[in-house]
Design a protein around this ligand. Sequence first.
Ligand SMILES: NC(=O)c1ccc[n+]([C@@H]2O[C@H](COP(=O)([O-])OP(=O)(O)OC[C@H]3O[C@@H](n4cnc5c(N)ncnc54)[C@H](OP(=O)(O)O)[C@@H]3O)[C@@H](O)[C@H]2O)c1
Length: 318
Amino acid sequence: MNVLIIGGTHFLGLNLTRRLAARGDRVTVANRGQTPAQLPESVRRLKVDISAESALAKAVEGMTFDAAVHMIAMSASTASVVLEPLAGKIGHYVQCGSVGVYAPLAYVPADENHPTHPRDVGPDSQYVGFSHKLAADSEAQRLCAEYDIPLTILRPTAIIGAGAVPIDLWGARNPKCFQRIIDGEVLSVPNDGRALIHFGHVGDLADAFVLALDQPEKADTYNITSEYAITLNYYVELLAEAVGRKAQVEYVPMEELLARHQGGDKLNEKGLRFLCEHMCFTIAKVKQALGYSPQITPEQAIADSLRWMFDQGLITSA
Ligand SMILES: NC(=O)c1ccc[n+]([C@@H]2O[C@H](COP(=O)([O-])OP(=O)(O)OC[C@H]3O[C@@H](n4cnc5c(N)ncnc54)[C@H](OP(=O)(O)O)[C@@H]3O)[C@@H](O)[C@H]2O)c1
């Protein structure tokens, strides 16, 4: 298969690039060339900033692809700047979405039929969350219908595993939060630590993209993740266990954490608000339709992330 990947040199995109190249697919990645990446030799690289006018159109002039994967569709315009120049050049379009578009959830586990608009009732109606990702999905749906291109949208949950720092207990991606556990320091956990977080391992999620690419006739929207969600308390427990510590925690209401640390570099407000929402999804649809079968449990995925952070020197033994 001849595949164009927009992004493709970091984390999920990189895992996909490597998987496709390893099985002999013709892979072309398009990115700015800023993120350092070790790519297989067979991978063709296009240096493109998708936000620069006509840049992608020029870069793919005279080329066609069986499929294109847009890993970084973060808004309506970042979807259209990729789809418009690819019209007539691709047989299938796959976009990376996010399950954040369903938040706040009305029921768990949530499926693909879960509404994507904020609830009408109470504080939920104020939640703006992932409206940018929803706009990207809507734009892809509009343009793929117009150009008659089969569209697959894959919506991962929180991604974890070697390659990037996972979301921490304050909604950021700060290695220092994990270091606190190693150093036996007290960690402030939002609310009562019972919010559910649903991690998907980056390797399993990349497998879902391969399955989607192989089955354009099953083009649809799918949520992709691991088999079960875990509580924040269990997340902390697993992190502590993996570094041979007993977690020292205090519980702090989310709003108090925000008041204490807003504006600082340790806390990410949007991430923290998201972390305090229950996130739990069924993957029945993608299993049944595409044959998806995640291999890595959240417990193994968390250990993989920690190993990677140690290897990178982002965290160190006490
Ligand atoms: N992380 C999570 O927990 C999570 C959860 C759910 C969904 N998602 C979704 O997963 C997707 C991928 O996330 P990721 O963390 O794996 O990837 P990422 O780190 O966001 O990937 C960045 C990639 O895009 C390229 N890039 C960035 N800006 C570019 C531009 N203007 N033009 C061309 N290329 C550009 C980068 O290369 P250069 O720097 O060289 O350009 C790199 O290859 C996103 O759609 C995200 O919304 C993530």
